[in-house]
Design a protein around this ligand. Structure first.
Ligand SMILES: N[C@@H](CCC(=O)N[C@@H](CS)C(=O)NCC(=O)O)C(=O)O
Length: 231
């Protein structure tokens, strides 16, 4: 088995996606967290966009972009998470292509400057949720995962953002996911799954809230002062 080093910011959802795939495949890896505001030279030398995640393989090759990393891991380490059937695989890839749009739709409320911007951002959430609800209806009529019983790269792609929606919903209740029962059941299943979590859940939620608070945007006012400083 190759040696894997996953370079990370502690709360990065894209890192989390890569870590989930490693955990689903039961692969040992070194998880190295760096500070966003103090990226070391060795990292800048291996990360073309200066972003995390980077997956360093056998101290020789550096892979970047969470989707490319997930696909690489899936091609090289069993069990295969992509479906065997080419059509099913193409459909799964189409939905992993939608992850960045979904991420933007569900988390931009955390960057809104004021109430009007928050409301405008929140109005985009049901559009993205509706698309996934329809996809789940087709792919997974009885759940609990995107392809039914078998875990997939689609699950790994969406889990970090469904978790962030959950955190944001707990900062200031949005009440949107309840209108999408398949999506809600999928989110619940993913949040319960051990592979979703890189840190103890309470600790991680506190880190996430500290980040939102630190941004000093509209939602910051809904978070009590916190002593923790984490990224
Ligand atoms: N499309 C990239 C996104 C990665 C990304 O945006 N990472 C953020 C942290 S969550 C980052 O490194 N930001 C630093 C920067 O933009 O300079 C992926 O899927 O890996």
């Amino acid at each position: 088995m190759a040696k894997y080093l996953l370079v990370s910011f502690k709360t990065c959802p894209w890192v989390q996606r890569a870590a989930i795939v490693l955990r689903e495949k039961n692969v040992a890896f070194e998880f190295r967290h760096i500070e966003p505001d103090n990226r070391p030279d060795w990292f800048l030398a291996i990360s073309p966009h200066k972003k995390v995640p980077v997956l360093r393989v056998d101290e020789q090759v550096s892979l970047f972009e969470s989707n490319a990393i997930a696909e690489y891991l899936d091609e090289t380490i069993a069990p295969r998470l992509h479906p065997d059937d080419p059509i099913a695989r193409a459909i799964n890839r189409a939905w992993t292509d939608y992850v960045p749009t979904f991420a933007e739709s569900t988390t931009s409320i955390a960057y809104a400057d004021d109430e009007a911007a928050y409301k405008a951002a929140a109005a985009k959430i049901p559009v993205a949720f509706e698309r996934l609800e329809r996809a789940l209806e087709k792919q997974s009529p009885s759940g609990p995962l995107f392809n039914g019983a078998k875990y997939s790269l689609v699950d790994a792609g969406y889990a970090p953002f469904l978790q962030r929606y959950h955190f944001l919903d707990r900062i200031k209740p949005l009440g949107v996911i309840e209108k999408f029962p398949r999506l809600k059941a999928w989110a619940d299943a993913l949040l319960k799954r051990p592979s979703t979590h890189s840190f103890p859940q309470v600790e991680f939620e506190a880190m996430y809230r500290a980040n939102v608070k630190r941004r000093k945007k509209y939602l910051s006012h809904y978070i009590a002062d916190v002593a923790v400083a984490a990224e």
